[in-house]
Design a protein around this ligand. Structure first.
Ligand SMILES: [Fe+2]
Ligand SMILES: [Fe+2]
Length: 312
């Protein structure tokens, strides 16, 4: 028998109550928290093979070490989320090894190949910024104590990833020529990917358990606007083209295309002026991107290899 009803718990967390264990939860709270942690863990986990793919293109040994350190951090972040899920009765082994690849809940951006060093540092500048935007909101607002404490470490490391990305984006754009072009081409496909990262717009969501139970503080549109402000300002400073601009009067970023729009998976380009519905976006997300199976397999391969080695 739960100590509280959903309504009581919603009221209590809005007044500052911190949930410390399952004894304080309702079923609805627990379900929303588990779902949030699976998205968080899967996103951290799948960023590792995505980043690893391009780390092999690092321009020097020390840059490869920095890029690999970021991957190690991401695996640590995934471990934190799965460890918290274990405390809630979930089986991390089953989550990692028994789910079909298309059931992982990472965003569509981490189902895509990251092809070279220019794209990798752009991913750190744009996607790690998305991670910071989402997780710093959770860190500030979450009513779940164990997650709030764990995110202190995650936030500091994410800042290192972001700085690494921004410093390298600047270095490559300032050197001009092909190096600048690599970053611009990365921004061309990763910027709209980042805009979509924050999910459906608020007017499509009538009820949101994560907000009701204070598992996060900001809505999808507020989070998207926060990310846009930071990323568009960075691109403007670096002289990179993005289909958005800062309105000088309001200080808000305005997109120069209608959301959502078509993604040409074969050419890896956005058809910014071919509008589609959010139902079509949902279908595209569900169908997954080209690297989904390979990235999941790359995480699993090492276990099979180690088991074989130990059995020999
Ligand atoms: Fe991370
Ligand atoms: Fe990161």
């Amino acid at each position: 028998m739960a100590r509280f009803t959903d309504e009581e718990l919603m009221r209590k967390v809005q007044e500052g109550f911190i949930v410390e264990s399952e004894a304080d939860m309702t079923e609805t709270y627990k379900k929303a928290l588990v779902n949030q942690l699976i998205v968080q863990g899967d996103t951290e986990l799948m960023s590792a093979p995505a980043y690893y793919m391009a780390t092999k293109d690092a321009p020097s040994t020390n840059t490869m070490v920095s890029a690999t350190a970021i991957i190690q951090d991401e695996l640590g972040h995934a471990n934190i989320a799965y460890r918290l899920l274990a405390d809630l009765g979930q089986d991390p082994d089953a989550l990692l090894y028994d789910r079909p690849p298309n059931r992982f809940k990472n965003p569509f951006g981490f189902d895509q190949p990251i092809a070279n060093w220019g794209e990798l540092v752009t991913a750190h500048g744009l996607y790690d910024r998305a991670g910071i935007t989402l997780l710093s909101d959770v860190h500030r607002h979450t009513s779940y104590g164990p997650l709030k404490r764990a995110l202190a470490k995650v936030g500091m490391e994410e800042n290192f990833h972001l700085r690494h990305g921004e410093v390298w984006m600047r270095r490559l754009t300032e050197s001009g020529g092909e190096a600048r072009e690599l970053v611009q081409r990365g921004v061309d496909w990763m910027f709209p990917m980042g805009v979509e990262w924050f999910g459906m717009p608020d007017d499509r969501k009538h009820h949101n358990a994560q907000l009701d139970f204070k598992l996060k503080g900001m809505t999808n549109d507020q989070l998207r606007a926060t990310w846009l402000k930071a990323v568009v300002s960075l691109c403007e400073q670096l002289g990179l083209d993005v289909p958005a601009h800062t309105n000088p009067e309001t200080g808000e970023v305005e997109l120069e295309y209608e959301l959502p729009c078509e993604w040409d998976a074969d050419e890896r380009v956005w058809l910014l002026h071919t509008p589609i519905s959010w139902d079509q976006v949902w279908e595209r997300w569900k169908a997954r991107g080209p690297m989904n199976e390979e990235f999941v397999d790359s995480i699993r391969r090492s276990r099979a290899f180690t088991e074989k080695l130990l059995a020999a």
